[in-house]
Unconditional design. Structure first.
Length: 133
């Protein structure tokens, strides 16, 4: 009975720890994705800023005034780029959220496996007890 109880406790503990470890792994992956997304967003913004600065300089050197068709096209391009940036940001956040959700599911599976181990051990103990009688 002691062996069954000990074995059951070890199995339950191991299942719980495996779930926690997997959850931590998903959380770490989500954090890495978040850092990479921030770095990529910063890189895109720098590139956009340089492009806008170059267009503005080119406009001023070519004699375009800051009104009329060309500036309107530039403004539309800037809006399109901003919308694209927002879409990428949403996709990155969804990816991170999904990883965290998977981590929570893994932790829950670990808890359920631990409970299953305890119930299975209880069944073995009951069987051993009633077999002696």
């Amino acid at each position: 009975a002691i062996v069954i109880g000990s074995s059951t406790a070890v199995q339950a503990y191991t299942a719980r720890q495996a779930g926690k470890a997997q959850q931590e792994q998903y959380e770490l992956q989500a954090e890495q994705e978040e850092k990479a997304a921030r770095a990529e967003e910063l890189k895109r913004r720098r590139k956009l800023t340089r492009a806008i600065a170059a267009m503005t300089q080119s406009d001023s050197q070519s004699g375009f005034a800051q009104e009329g068709t060309f500036p309107a096209i530039s403004l539309t391009s800037a809006r399109d780029i901003s919308l694209s940036e927002s879409s990428l940001s949403v996709v990155d956040k969804l990816r991170q959220s999904n990883l965290r959700r998977q981590g929570n599911i893994a932790a829950q599976e670990g808890r359920l496996n631990a409970v299953g181990s305890l119930l299975g051990g209880g069944e073995k103990l009951a069987g051993a007890y009633y077999a002696k009688e």
